[in-house]
Design a binder for this molecule. Structure first.
Ligand code: IPE
Ligand code: IPE
Ligand code: MG
Length: 238
């Protein structure tokens, strides 16, 4: 399990609504079950030695969902995060949020700031929550920052751009996992995932287990990442 580990894993946690529908339950029951699943996957990531785990919890497009679903999701996020802060601290997890925080209710913004501050010294793993997050929005916000800072055109390169993204300081995402059978990125880490390996599974997020997570990592470990180059291994290079 040790060699060729992805440093940064991103997960598009999809399928909560369908999980609930299949059981004749309200969608929110699926979200509750989904929130419980994240604990297992965070623990598995700690055990495996993943450096950065990014969980896509709420997209910028998700604001367009019915108001009652959005408000229950916000309540769930609030209670989940307030319950987890102390455990994150104990486990050595550094918490970080990416996305447009200004759009979040102020009590959630405050809690996020508190969680980021309290866990800032965490050195075992960084847990990034993508909330009110859209990659296109993140890129646009970055462009605006560059203009505002008056950075000269010739100084703008990938390193400068990356240093101003929400994910500044984090390694690029190596592996993106999406549950629920949908095969799309839905505006997740478009810049950071330029060379990510993709793993799709039909499993709905509330059914996603530690075992399946581990097999996604193992699948990644068997892949040959070329980054546009030609392999120098004699089996391939003639
Ligand atoms: C993912 O589950 C959670 C969020 C997007 C907040 P969905 O709510 O998208 O579930 P499905 O895709 O409708 O099944
Ligand atoms: C992506 O799921 C966002 C999250 C999992 C938070 P969606 O369910 O919102 O994406 P689409 O609408 O199927 O693309
Ligand atoms: Mg969905």
């Amino acid at each position: 399990m040790i060699s060729n580990l992805p440093k940064h894993v991103g997960i598009i946690m999809d399928g909560n609504g369908r999980w609930a529908n299949m059981r004749g339950l309200p969608r929110i029951e699926g979200h509750k079950r989904g929130a419980e699943r994240t604990r297992d996957i965070i623990n598995a990531s700690l055990d495996i030695g993943i450096e950065v785990l990014t969980l896509y919890a709420f997209s910028i497009e998700n604001w367009e969902r019915p108001e009652d679903e959005v408000s229950v999701l916000m309540d769930l996020l609030y209670s989940y995060l307030s319950e987890e802060i102390i455990d994150m601290l104990k486990e050595g997890i550094k918490f970080r949020m990416i996305g447009d925080r200004e759009r979040l209710p102020s009590h959630i913004q405050k809690l996020i700031e508190e969680a980021e501050r309290i866990t800032a010294g965490g050195d075992r793993m960084t847990l990034v929550t993508a909330l009110s997050y859209g990659a296109k929005d993140e890129i646009l916000r970055t462009v605006r920052k560059i203009i505002k800072m008056g950075i000269p055109e010739e100084e703008i390169d990938e390193a400068v751009f990356e240093s101003l993204l929400d994910t500044h300081g984090l390694p690029p995402v190596d592996l993106i996992i999406r549950t629920s059978g949908e095969k799309r990125l839905s505006n997740f880490l478009l810049w950071q995932g330029a060379y990510a390996e993709l793993y799709f599974t039909d499993t709905l997020w509330p059914d996603f287990t530690r075992e399946e997570f581990i097999s996604a990592i193992q699948d990644y470990q068997r892949r040959e990442r070329r980054f546009g180059r030609v392999l120098t291994d004699s089996r391939f290079y003639k």
